[in-house]
Design a protein around this ligand. Structure first.
Ligand code: S3P
Length: 464
């Protein structure tokens, strides 16, 4: 168990690792392109490692040539036509993006690919990708009639498809775009609500083509990609933990440098600003993805509750747990609706978030596919709030825990719990906290650089 405690409001500058969603996609597109691609700033979490291992098992070579300050990956690929049958099962670990995007690629390859994952991933729904891939011509079998991992995908010549996604999911959309690239004929993929468009933005960088018309992505089949050099900006979903903590604590101020500013990813900044936080965005560059620096401070009047409805959910899906933590400290009620997809993430994040909020003393109700959160909690162990600029007495190792949270092996719940500790000034134990490495291995170090403490608890005895 890790005990987290922040004796003062978080302050400082962070540079988070490369964006996880963009990293998965660059590795996969590089594997489909014949020749050498170079990715700078690749994400360093275990999920990205799963995609790296998957593209290696399909016959590419991936070499990490530099690790500091930003990892650089060189991918040598024989191209889609030269990929070969994996000698073993592809293990996507905890990564839904790996499982679903690799399924999309495998559907178009003329051999059998077997994909599995850890216990959490084996519980997550795969029918949303296997059904349309089967309709395109792939033969797919697996648990629960092909709806759950492990899956065997016997791919080959696919036909284009006209498909309306029943759920707003960028993973499903991307899996189908990847399959459609090699299919015979044009595919039309329509989403019920806009989701992150990293695949659409990256495809032209690798020489691919697609059309966009309203909610439909039009993908011509029979495409050949060419290798590319890509810079991956920082991951806004990782920065969101520190930025949200800053929004909720008087006296805090955090600057996140060089993060992706894709509108499908930074809607949480609009939410923080609507809640009353001061959010400053400075765009630095705009290649295939906009990126820049973001500074957040609490507003002069603190936070107020907010209503979040279904239309907005896909663009803040990974930030909802930490936004819910901030909502506990806001004036008034926060109402989140249309967030049923949270139940299908690495854990049931509706229940997991509600459990965290209850643990820190907030009033919360899971209402159907959403949450009702009564704000008004005061921060600080004595209910007086974290002193702006001052310190709360004690340290992470020194005193009994206020409470312990089981993060259910879910990286985003573990980091949301760390934020809950920081903004309330409580000593919170987080069981299973090592899972932050799924997206952000350096999380505890970076949280420490902003002023919070995290220690193994109970403290490990020193070696004799
Ligand atoms: C992702 C899309 C989202 C998100 C996940 C990463 C992606 O999932 O929750 O962390 O990279 O496409 P869904 O598209 O299934 O909602």
């Amino acid at each position: 168990m890790v005990c987290v405690f922040s004796p003062k409001p978080l302050c400082g500058t962070v540079r988070v690792p490369g964006d996880k969603s963009i990293s998965h996609r660059t590795l996969i597109l590089a594997a489909l392109a014949e020749g050498r691609s170079v990715i700078r700033g690749l994400g360093n979490g275990a999920d990205v490692g799963s995609t790296m291992a998957a593209v290696r098992s399909l016959g590419t070579t991936v070499t990490i040539t530099e690790t500091w300050p930003r990892p650089v990956a060189v991918i040598d690929s024989p191209g889609r036509a030269g990929l070969s049958e994996p000698g073993d099962t592809i293990d996507a670990g905890n990564s839904g993006t790996t499982a679903r995007l690799v399924a999309g690629v495998a559907a178009g390859l003329p051999f059998a690919t077997v994909i599995t994952g850890d216990a959490s991933l084996r519980r997550r729904p795969m029918g949303r990708v296997t059904e349309p891939l089967a309709a395109m011509g792939a033969r797919i079998s697996g648990r629960c009639r092909g709806q759950s991992l492990p899956l065997t995908i016997d791919g080959g010549r696919l036909r284009g498809i006209d498909w309306t996604l029943p759920v707003a999911s960028a993973q499903v959309k991307s899996a189908l775009i990847l399959a459609a690239l090699g299919a015979a004929g044009t595919s039309r993929l329509t989403e019920p609500r806009p989701t992150r468009d990293h695949t659409e933005r990256l495809l032209p960088v690798f020489g691919g083509e697609l059309g966009l018309s309203a909610a439909t992505v039009v993908v011509p089949g029979g495409q050949t990609l060419r290798p590319a050099e890509v810079n991956v900006p920082g991951d806004p979903s990782s920065a969101a933990f520190f930025l949200t903590a800053a929004a909720a604590t008087p006296g805090a101020e955090v600057l996140a440098e060089g993060i992706a500013l894709n509108p499908g990813r930074v809607a949480f900044l609009e939410v923080l600003s609507e809640m009353g936080a001061e959010v400053e965005v400075r765009a630095v560059g705009d290649g295939y993805e906009p990126y820049g620096d973001v500074r957040v401070r609490p507003g002069r009047h603190g936070l107020r509750g907010v209503a979040i409805t279904a239309e907005r959910v896909p663009s803040i899906i990974d930030e909802l747990p930490v936004l819910a933590v901030a909502a506990c400290l806001a004036r008034g009620r926060t109402v989140i609706t249309g967030a049923g997809e949270l139940r299908h993430k690495e854990s049931d994040r509706l229940e997991g978030t509600a459990a965290l909020l209850r643990l820190i003393g907030a009033e919360v109700e899971v209402a159907g596919d959403g949450l009702l959160i009564e704000g008004g909690m005061t921060a600080g162990p004595d209910g007086q709030g974290l002193p702006a600029g001052g310190r709360v007495a004690g340290d992470a190792a020194g005193a009994p825990l206020a409470a312990a949270y089981d993060c259910r092996g879910d990286h985003r719940l573990a980091m949301a719990a760390a934020v809950a500790a920081c903004v309330t000034g409580r000593r919170l134990g987080i069981a299973g906290a090592g899972c932050v490495a799924i997206s952000y291995p350096g999380f505890w170090r970076d949280l420490g650089s902003l002023g919070a403490e995290s220690v193994e608890w109970p403290a490990q005895p020193a070696d004799e």
